[in-house]
Every structure is written in structure tokens, then in C-alpha cells.
Design a protein around this ligand. Structure first.
Ligand SMILES: NC(=O)c1ccc[n+]([C@@H]2O[C@H](COP(=O)([O-])OP(=O)(O)OC[C@H]3O[C@@H](n4cnc5c(N)ncnc54)[C@H](OP(=O)(O)O)[C@@H]3O)[C@@H](O)[C@H]2O)c1
Length: 371
């Protein structure tokens, strides 16, 4: 559940394409063979060692139906139409990997569950055109949920809301406060029962990640991914060993809040900070300090005919073994994400941006990461 806000990896995947310039803003992605195990057409990568292929960028569906953090605490038909537009534009642009969770949009008055919406959008496109998508959803490790049985029963609820018989990825949304062994066994059971094609974790520290990898390995189940907060201005995974451990163990790092909840798009300024809960994080003062970095992002983007949003998503892709999952609220945002694919920043640009980003004091991350 996302309380968040907003490596030494270098730019291994960039080398073949150093200095390449392309224009693709607001167009479907053009694939390049870069990091990870590319599948046949080069537009997809494997989720860790699972054999599940997904697009190199996914779409986050947290805001769909949500009235706790997004959407000014209201959900209406216009927002529903926009969310459907985001889904359709993603599929039309070639992005078919969607991230949701049982807790997104759940349980609060006025909210519509994100899984139910995603399921409905998928069904409509499937019926019309037979479109295939990859779904990642998440188990909420709530304190009153114990043991492996709770994972299977929560998963069955998710499958029913999504209207599918299995999902491509099932992730533990955050570590359990009483331990994770039972939850990990539940993931392995789900995998063996064919209810999930791959399993992952989220907000896991390096130690938890290694423990989870080891426990699942004993059951012959590959740990495919760790979903963590990672963006140009929130580089904790580079500093806390998570990115390096993912690379070492062959686990894909799925980057959430990759555009710092809109702060890195350049649309919010000191005079125009975001409203709602984000306004308490990305304050005018913070956005003032961010401006030199935004100016540099814009300058670099200009030479590629790319927007700041596309540059910062590309920066993440350049780290290798990273799939960003930006949240799209409407078709325009989804189309813009597609333009983050099919080209790469140079290694020098990647480092220049990292170095300037060090000057920006990071916002607070999801607290459990550090436990
Ligand atoms: N595992 C976890 O604990 C966890 C935590 C957080 C998120 N997530 C996942 O990660 C996904 C993405 O993270 P996030 O939603 O927190 O943050 P994000 O992707 O960094 O930011 C998304 C927000 O940025 C704004 N935006 C999107 N595209 C834009 C564009 N092209 N131009 C300008 N503004 C744009 C939109 O809000 P406005 O239009 O209102 O500005 C949008 O809701 C979530 O949907 C969820 O699936 C997981």
C-alpha cells in the first residue's frame, strides 16, 4: 500500500546505442534489444527467471478507482472514462503489462476496486480484439492474515475481481509484521497450482529479498521481481543493496513511483504544486530545489525530441534489469509513456542526471523498506 512519495548500475544496456537520437514522442514504442532477456520481437523482457515475458515498461493502476490518495478523494464517470482511455492507449501503444493490487481502490466509500476496473477493461478489449495482457497484482500482508492459506484465499478474490483464471505475477505487497515464511509458502503453492505464472515481492529490503529467494528456491520456484520505489530522485535501491541483489540473483526490479508522482514531469512548479496528499510531499520549497534538475532533464530531452517524463523513465530503463511502472490516469499520459521506449540516453547523460539528482534532498520513502 503506497504510503510512499517520492547503482552503481551504470548504463550497461546503453552501450550499443550511445548517442542515438530518435523522435517518438506520443507514438507507439519502437523496440531496441537492450537489458534483460529479450523475447523474439525485442519489445519484451522476462520477469526474472520466470519465463514470463512483459513489456519493458508497465502501467500502474493504483489511481484507478482510488479515493484515498488520488483523484481529489472523488471518483466519477469522467475519471472512469479517463482510466479506460489510459488502458486503451497503453494497449494501442504496445504496452500490455499492468500493475494493480487488491487494496487499490478498495474498501473506502466512493472507491471502485482497481482490479475490478482493470478486469472490465481487459474483458472489453479481449471480446473485441482478443488482446492479451500481462497482469501483476498484489497480496496485502495485513497483520490479521496468517499463513499460506491466506495467500491463496486473497489470490482467489483477486482472480475473481479481475475475471481471469491466473495472473502473470503475484506479489507480496509489503513484508508481514509477524514474518514472511507462510506468505512465501503461499506464493509457492499458488505457483504450483497454476494460479500464478510468476511470483514477486514488494518493498523488500536486501536481506528479506535474499531470504525470500532462498526459501522459494527450495520449492523450485523462481523469485521473479521486487517492486520498490525507484526514480531519479529516489535512488534508495542503489544505496541499500536492493538493486545489486536483484542483479546478482536474476530478479527484475520493478520501479514504482518512477516519475515521483508527477514531480519529475516538470508540470508541477513552485507556483503550481500538486494538490491533495502529494502537496505535502512535493511542496513549493521542494519543487524550487528541483528546478535545476528539471531544467537539465528538459535540455537533454530536447536533443531527442523527448519530454521530461520520457527522459526520466528512460533513465530508469538505462540502469538495466529495471521495469518502470508509471501510473497513467488518462490516454495522453499513457501515450507519453510509450515514447520512453525505443531509444536510450547515453551513459554520460545517465551519470550527469544522477550527479545533479544527488543535490536534491530525497523525499521520504515507504517506511518498511528500512526495517
Ligand atoms: N508496491 C507499492 O508499494 C507501490 C507504491 C506506489 C505505487 N505502486 C505502483 O506503481 C505505480 C506508479 O506509481 P505512482 O502512481 O505512485 O507514481 P508515478 O507513476 O510516479 O506518478 C503517477 C502520477 O503522475 C502523474 N502523471 C502521469 N503521467 C504523467 C504525464 N505524462 N505528465 C504529467 N503527469 C503525469 C499523474 O498524476 P496527476 O495527473 O494527478 O499529476 C499520475 O497519477 C502505481 O500505479 C502502482 O501500480 C506500488
Amino acid at each position: 500500500m503506497a504510503l510512499q512519495v517520492a547503482g552503481g548500475a551504470g548504463c550497461c544496456g546503453c552501450l550499443p546505442l550511445l548517442g542515438q537520437r530518435r523522435t517518438a514522442a506520443f507514438r507507439p514504442p519502437r523496440a531496441v534489444a537492450s537489458e534483460g532477456a529479450a523475447v523474439e520481437d525485442g519489445s519484451k523482457v522476462m520477469l526474472g527467471g520466470s519465463g514470463v515475458a512483459v513489456t519493458k515498461l508497465g502501467i500502474g493502476a493504483w489511481s484507478w478507482g482510488d479515493t484515498t490518495y488520488w483523484n481529489d478523494f472523488e471518483w466519477d464517470d469522467r475519471k472512469l472514462k479517463d482510466a479506460k482511455g489510459a488502458f486503451d492507449a497503453s494497449v494501442d501503444s504496445g504496452i500490455t503489462f499492468f500493475d494493480t493490487a487488491e487494496v487499490y481502490g478498495a474498501g473506502v466509500s466512493g472507491a471502485i476496486n482497481s482490479e475490478s476496473l482493470l478486469g472490465r477493461f481487459i474483458k472489453e478489449r479481449k471480446e473485441k480484439e482478443g488482446v492479451e495482457v500481462a497482469i501483476a497484482t498484489k497480496f496485502a500482508a495485513l497483520p490479521w492474515r496468517f499463513g499460506k492459506g491466506s495467500v491463496i484465499s486473497a489470490l482467489k478474490g483477486s482472480l475473481s475481481r479481475l475475471g481471469v483464471s491466473s495472473v502473470e505475477s503475484y506479489q507480496l505487497h509489503w513484508p508481514g509484521i509477524w514474518g514472511n515464511e507462510g506468505y512465501l509458502d503461499g506464493l509457492a503453492d499458488a505457483y504450483e497450482q497454476g494460479l500464478v505464472k510468476s511470483v514477486g515481492v514488494s518493498n523488500y529490503s536486501e536481506k528479506r529479498l535474499r531470504d525470500a529467494h532462498e526459501r522459494l528456491k527450495k520449492r523450485g520456484v523462481p523469485l521473479a521481481s521486487n517492486q520498490v520505489n525507484y526514480s531519479l530522485i529516489y535512488r534508495n535501491p542503489e544505496e541499500n543493496g536492493v538493486k545489486a541483489a536483484c542483479d546478482e540473483l536474476g530478479i527484475t526490479l520493478i520501479a514504482y513511483s518512477p516519475i515521483a508522482q508527477g514531480a519529475l514531469t516538470g508540470k508541477y512548479t513552485p507556483a503550481n504544486p500538486p494538490t491533495g496528499p502529494r502537496g505535502r510531499i512535493y511542496t513549493s520549497d521542494f519543487l524550487s530545489k528541483l528546478q535545476p534538475l528539471i531544467n537539465k532533464i528538459r535540455e537533454i530531452g530536447g536533443s531527442y525530441d523527448k519530454t521530461p517524463t520520457q527522459v526520466v523513465l528512460n533513465w530508469l530503463i538505462c540502469q538495466g534489469n529495471v521495469i518502470p511502472i508509471p501510473g497513467a490516469k488518462n490516454a495522453e499520459q499513457a501515450w507519453e509513456f510509450a515514447g520512453a521506449l525505443g531509444w536510450l540516453l547515453t551513459e554520460q547523460e545517465v551519470e550527469e542526471l544522477r550527479s545533479m539528482a544527488r543535490e536534491v534532498k530525497p523525499v521520504m520513502g515507504f517506511p518498511v523498506e528500512k526495517l
